[in-house]
Design a binder for this molecule. Structure first.
Ligand SMILES: Nc1ncnc2c1ncn2[C@@H]1O[C@H](COP(=O)(O)OP(=O)(O)OP(=O)(O)O)[C@@H](O)[C@H]1O
Length: 347
């Protein structure tokens, strides 16, 4: 097992720069998600890792081996990375067993060894009983699990996933997330997983690289991205919450309740402002008091286990919070903001 390093990677198509100086060090066995909106360059990065695309500049290293640079390019076949894409690309005329075993046949692995590895891969994705079926006789989730089994029979150090759950319904996605977790635990492979779904990235990955327009915005654990997002764009992209304009304050710090209320009070009379992130769970309804702010209920939506309540401050800014009970639209209440996180302005 070796470390995967993306060292100042650039990629341009016809003079247009789509990946701009990306640096990432992925530890052996780590589960990493590349997350970002459509067109930010996620698939291009994965394709460069897979060897389908050369890099325009920079280096991709796997341990001591240089896989890609402007002078060098190790072919896809010689990288021995597993790959699972959105479309399962199974051979329709081959059984599950033959689909899974195909990469081993290409590698000319002997049949008893091949059978052992197929059996093990099918066990990991819990499809042993389906070995004789054709892809057409399987559900979407089962087909995706066959593709997963096929990606691991060659026992790769690194497995690349490109939106593998995008074509599945919500229920199946949740089930497949479990399969991925078990797969990662069992194989210990390094995983690079492309998605534009933040909840998928948050629930699966050890670390997430959030990308925007070909640039890395933040790289960290899901918990760090949620608690300490870098800027207003990321705060709006990860998790739920409200970005409030307040009086000026240095970015990247927690603001306690007293300071926050002071910053909100002083904001209306000032031109220069800062932005802070307030998470819904950091807002409490309280009796009128020193640290209370008047709000009006703007909207209240039933979400099953709770209500989403949209509040309006006196200066018109909106805040999202949760409540166990429904709240009447246009009713007035007092809230206390327990804490907030100050943000850099979006570049
Ligand atoms: N072969 C290509 N030729 C020209 N431009 C390309 C090529 N491949 C990708 N691009 C461009 O590079 C940019 C990044 O594309 P990429 O597919 O990597 O984004 P993405 O983040 O994976 O998006 P999505 O989530 O929609 O799949 C886009 O503007 C796209 O049009």
């Amino acid at each position: 097992m070796a470390r995967l390093v993306l060292d100042n990677i650039h990629k341009s198509f016809h003079g247009e720069s789509v990946v701009k100086g990306l640096n990432l060090t992925i530890e052996p066995g780590e589960f990493v998600a590349l997350l970002g909106p459509s067109g930010c360059g996620k698939s291009t990065i994965l394709r460069m890792l897979a060897g389908f695309e050369p890099v325009s500049d920079g280096k991709i290293l796997h341990g001591d081996i240089c896989l890609s640079s402007s002078k060098q390019h190790v072919s896809t076949e010689d990288r021995n990375f597993g790959m699972v894409f959105q479309s399962y690309a199974l051979w329709p005329h081959m059984s599950v067993k033959d689909n899974v075993g195909y990469p081993l046949k290409v590698q000319k692995i002997k049949s008893d060894e091949r059978d052992r590895r197929i059996q093990e891969a099918l066990e990991i994705v819990q499809l042993e009983e389906y070995a004789g079926r054709l892809p057409a006789q399987l559900s979407g989730g089962q087909r995706q699990r066959v593709a997963l089994a096929r990606s691991l029979v060659t026992e790769p150090d690194v497995v690349l996933f490109d939106e593998p759950l995008a074509n599945l319904d919500r229920h199946l996605r949740a089930k497949m997330e479990e399969t991925f977790r078990a797969f990662h635990k069992r194989t210990g492979a390094t995983i690079v997983y492309v998605t534009h779904d933040q909840s998928e990235a948050m629930s699966l990955a050890d670390r997430i690289a959030v990308l925007k327009k070909g640039e890395l915005v933040q790289w960290g654990t899901p918990q760090a991205l949620y608690a300490t997002p870098k800027n207003t764009w990321l705060a709006n992209f990860i998790g739920r919450g409200s970005v409030l304009k307040v009086s000026e304050i240095a970015p990247q710090q927690y603001v306690n309740s007293t300071d926050l209320h002071d910053l909100i009070e002083r904001y209306s009379s000032e031109q220069v402002f800062s932005s802070v992130l307030v998470r819904p769970q950091d807002i409490n309804f309280v009796p009128i008091g020193d640290l209370s702010i008047v709000v009006t209920v703007n909207n209240c939506i039933f979400r099953g286990e709770r209500y989403d309540v949209e509040l309006t401050l006196e200066d018109g800014q909106k805040l999202l919070t949760y409540n166990d009970m429904p709240m009447t639209v246009n009713s007035q209440h007092h809230i206390r903001l327990e804490q907030a996180w100050s943000l850099e302005s979006e570049s």
